[in-house]
Design a protein around this ligand. Structure first.
Ligand SMILES: Nc1nc2c(ncn2[C@@H]2O[C@H](COP(=O)(O)OP(=O)(O)OP(=O)(O)O)[C@@H](O)[C@H]2O)c(=O)[nH]1
Ligand SMILES: [Mg+2]
Length: 213
């Protein structure tokens, strides 16, 4: 494709990309290991394998910062990443990973729920839902949890590169309808880590949340 000199796409090619400084500062496998951090936090929650760690990596432009895998159950700890010494992104273990023992699954669920409900500096939760499928029981109970515990959240519909535009439209309609009486939802964002659809929008939401601090 040939760009004309005043095309936005053309101009963007010459804008230097801002380097983001990100580092893992803490991990927790037990409630008493959750660190005290006096900074705003933003967390990624959702079913196992929905794309939480991949999204975090996309946002900071560091492909292997959080470990990802095509097999569910990759993230097994609450991982705290300090970003530009200003705020913290928290990658949570997935809910509902079937191939671990019931004891482990219950433990992760308790740890996740404790964190999500009680963390005072948690400013926003990105709740990820796979755009290909109807929302699951887990997806719905997370929405209920955030509403009941008064937590701001945004829904990210992941893996949109795997569905048609028509199906995505229907999914958006479905989730909008489902959440029409919800008070704490900020936005519903389609996202693909393959095409980068939605990445800028999510960065914008983070910026806005942090600026209201
Ligand atoms: N096609 C496509 N694949 C994706 C996308 N996002 C994530 N994936 C893939 O989905 C798989 C799971 O991604 P992860 O980021 O590890 O998922 P997770 O939610 O962190 O999973 P757990 O840590 O097990 O809870 C990986 O193979 C990713 O490459 C996307 O937008 N498009
Ligand atoms: Mg993960």
């Amino acid at each position: 494709m040939k760009y004309k000199p005043l095309d936005i796409v053309y101009l963007r090619k010459f804008m230097p990309m801002k380097q983001i400084n990100a580092k893992l500062i803490s991990s927790a496998i037990e409630i008493n290991q959750i660190p005290n951090i006096n900074m705003p936090e933003i967390a990624f929650a959702g079913r196992s394998n929905v794309g939480k760690s991949t999204l975090l990596n996309k946002l900071v432009r560091i492909p292997n910062l959080a470990r990802t895998s095509s097999t569910p159950g990759k993230t097994r700890l609450l991982n705290f990443y300090l970003i530009d010494s200003k705020f913290v992104l928290v990658d949570l273990p997935g809910f509902g990973y079937a191939s671990v023992s019931k004891k482990d699954r219950t433990h992760w669920t308790k740890l996740n729920l404790y964190y999500l409900q009680n963390r005072e500096n948690l400013k926003l939760i990105f709740s990820l839902i796979d755009s290909r499928h109807d929302p699951t029981e887990i997806d719905l109970s997370l929405i209920e949890l955030f509403e009941n515990s008064n937590k701001n959240y945004a829904i990210v519909l992941t893996k949109t590169d795997k569905i048609t535009g028509n199906l995505l439209y229907q999914r958006l309609e479905q989730i909008s309808e489902l959440t029409k009486y919800c008070k704490k939802i900020i936005e519903i964002i389609p996202h693909s880590s393959k095409t980068d659809e939605g990445t800028r929008q999510i960065r914008g939401i983070i910026k806005k949340i942090l600026s209201t601090e």
